[in-house]
Design a protein around this ligand. Sequence first.
Ligand code: GLP
Length: 254
Amino acid sequence: MRIIVTKDYESMSKRAANMVAAALKEKPNLVLGLATGGTPIGMYQVLIELYKAGQVDFCQMTTFNLDEYCGLSPEHPQSYHYYMNHNLFSHINMKPKRINIPDGTSGNMEDECLRYEDAMQQAGGIDLQILGIGVNGHIGFNEPGAPFGGKTGVVELTESTIEANARFFESSEEVPRRAISMGIKSIMRARRIILLASGNNKAEAVFHAALGPVTPDLPASALQLHPDATMILDKEAAALFMEKYGDLEVTFSL
Ligand code: GLP
């Protein structure tokens, strides 16, 4: 695993956006896996700036989002459909038919999960997957204990995730208890993975994910088994690595 430590949230976001832009230049019909939450918003903003400056073209790109809350329609302001439109898609030249996000309102969740998994295969698999990480080490909505062999499915959110995500809702009671999420296996099939983390509340999770035991108790630790995974961290998220390995602006491999 590669670890890139950047000085702050802005540098982390630029670094990640530049990596996405480079991948897109190399392969204009890139299949990009996308994450939500607070962390990737800065990266999306830089991508929008690059697009407006004529430096990237998204017209052939296909995207697959990691997850969606069950029961929230695409128009719901806290749905991940809404988030993606608001933070990225409505500002760039994505073709709507190439945007894929699980349907959290499907009448048949089992079919929806199979359909989503199949759509990823049909698109040729994900070239580059962007991930955030939960304070408990979750990726997508794969909470501690999720099997490494899991594909897209319906998952129950833990109390700690509900609490962490309550900041986007009026109250924690409004946070849906279930979500559709790509499974760890679906994520690990991506040819390349970039995980972003910012802030000291993520320091423990990223440190143990990279250096601790590989275990479903810490879902992000599965990335140790991936041949091309990179963490881009700001210095607060990298605090425990820096205690162990030294100064800022370093890139090292584990
Ligand atoms: C949610 C999402 C994850 C995301 C995590 C961290 O639970 N399902 O994909 O990585 O939150 O969010 P944040 O970046 O806001 O800390």
